[in-house]
Design a binder for this molecule. Structure first.
Ligand code: CA
Length: 247
């Protein structure tokens, strides 16, 4: 049975969600504020498979909770509940380490489908790359292992290995990397990244993409300030180059 934590201070909403998710066979706990959620999720031997995290919470908000969890090395999948019509919240959510988002009010069936997706992806990572096959750039898919220039990305385990160093990626970081790798050698616009990676169609501040790229460069570039793999294409967006020396 999968275990979920719902972080939501509106009691009727949290209770309603618990009722419905329990009916779907989940074990469900509720935290009414961010501090409680952090305590529960960073406790030893906690076994949550996913977190439903509301942005609007008393005290610490959902963004702070997500980023503190990630800083603490807790990579449980987070589905963030955002306010409708506020795409900037979605981007802030991704920046703080959320894996997916759902604007309020939402349909229960959609929430359940999103949670299933997150838990399934997380389960692949627990299999430790089992069954993963190595891929070429064009067909790199969700559980593949992709190697370039001495670095290895395990999309199933959400891990990037550079020599002895292992970086844990969020689902969003992995999705963005995969998208860039799929289009290796070609310029990809910020708009395409927002739409095709994150499903954002609104006029959104595309600088969020730039912040993600800064982070990805820290992971994969020897010198993030003079990148060789994630190149800025002025006026367009970015281009991934796998083997810069031979390009
Ligand atoms: Ca709330």
């Amino acid at each position: 049975m999968s275990a979920l934590l719902i972080v939501e201070d509106e009691k009727h909403l949290a209770d309603g969600l618990r009722f419905n998710l329990e009916a779907e066979g989940y074990r469900v706990d509720i935290a009414e504020d961010g501090e409680t959620a952090l305590d529960l999720l960073t406790a030893p031997r906690q076994d949550y498979d996913a977190v439903v995290l509301d942005v609007m919470l008393p005290g610490k908000d959902g963004f702070a909770v997500a980023s503190e969890l990630r800083q603490a090395g807790q990579f449980v999948p987070i589905l963030m509940l955002t306010a409708r019509g506020r795409p900037e919240d979605v981007l802030r959510g991704f920046e703080s380490g959320a894996d997916d988002y759902l604007p309020k009010p939402f349909e229960l069936a959609i929430l359940i489908a999103r949670l299933r997706g997150l838990i399934r992806r997380r389960e692949w990572s627990r299999q430790d790359g089992k069954g993963a096959s190595s891929a070429t750039a064009q067909d790199v898919s969700a559980d593949d292992v992709y190697t370039f220039d001495g670095k290895t990305i395990d999309f199933g385990a959400l891990q990037l290995r550079v020599g002895e160093r292992v970086v844990q990626l969020t689902l969003m970081e992995a999705d963005l990397l995969r998208f860039l790798i799929k289009h290796a050698g070609k310029a990809v616009s910020r708009k395409a990244m927002l739409e095709e990676v994150w499903g954002l169609h609104e006029d959104t501040d595309t600088r969020a993409i730039d912040n993600f790229i800064v982070r990805l460069r820290k992971y994969i570039e020897t010198e993030p300030s003079s990148p060789r793999h994630l190149l800025t294409i002025r006026g367009v967006g970015y281009r991934f180059v796998a083997e810069p020396d031979t390009a």
